[in-house]
Design a protein around this ligand. Structure first.
Ligand code: GAR
Length: 201
């Protein structure tokens, strides 16, 4: 399975996926291209160091549909089967979703449906939850919304601040994304409404 990574920032989730592939914790999967909408994204530098193909389509000031058309064309040119959003801070257009039906994953640093949107870890900390976590889900046309592949819980400690909580959530994200990609690449599941359901063999 050829995956396309979309990122906007430091790219630690992307680096964790790449490390899992290198260490054969994630098999049958290769990274076909790393795409960013931000030219200065740290994740792009990591991709270059790893010798992976990269592409930049700066989104600032462009119409969403036009920008997305460029990204879709790039993903198709690299024969991408599965798109993985890894800190891609941009809503996808309906056209993008339709181009890869149930073939786009996202990782979000909260136990959805709690705390969608920006700074989810801080939202959870400020709310006073006792259990936080992360979610890998299929992407639909709504923000942080599609069918959930898996979640990992992270207890909130008395000693936490928003930063320390975010760091522990991030460590779980790095495990969760590899696990979710392996599940989806394995293909042994179906999506029933909002539910990701493993098929019994
Ligand atoms: C991660 O915490 C990811 O869950 C979050 O952005 C961070 C990117 O970090 N994504 C979202 O909030 C999407 N709604 P990274 O660039 O180091 O992977």
């Amino acid at each position: 399975m050829r995956i396309g990574i979309l990122l906007s920032g430091r790219g630690s989730n992307f680096a964790a996926i790449a490390a899992s592939i290198r260490a054969s914790r994630l098999t049958g999967v290769e990274i076909a291209v790393v795409v960013s909408n931000v030219a200065e994204a740290g994740g792009l530098q990591t991709a270059l160091e790893l010798g992976l193909p990269t592409a930049v389509f700066v989104s600032k000031g462009r119409k969403r549909a036009e920008h997305d058309a460029d990204v879709i064309a790039c993903l198709r040119a690299h024969q991408v089967d599965l798109v993985c959003l890894a800190g891609y801070m941009r809503l996808l257009s309906p056209h993008f979703i339709a181009a890869f039906p149930n073939r786009i994953l996202n990782i979000h640093p909260s136990l959805l449906p709690s705390f969608p949107g920006l700074a989810a870890q801080e939202q959870a900390f400020d709310y006073g939850v006792k259990v936080a976590g992360c979610t890998v889900h299929f992407v639909d046309e709504h923000l942080d919304h599609g069918a959930i592949v898996l979640q990992r819980a992270v207890p909130v400690l008395e000693t936490d601040d928003a930063h320390s909580l975010a760091e522990r959530i991030l460590a779980e994200e790095h495990l969760a994304y590899t696990e979710a990609i392996a599940l989806v690449a394995g293909g042994n599941y179906e999506i029933q409404g909002r539910r990701y359901v493993k098929r019994s063999r």
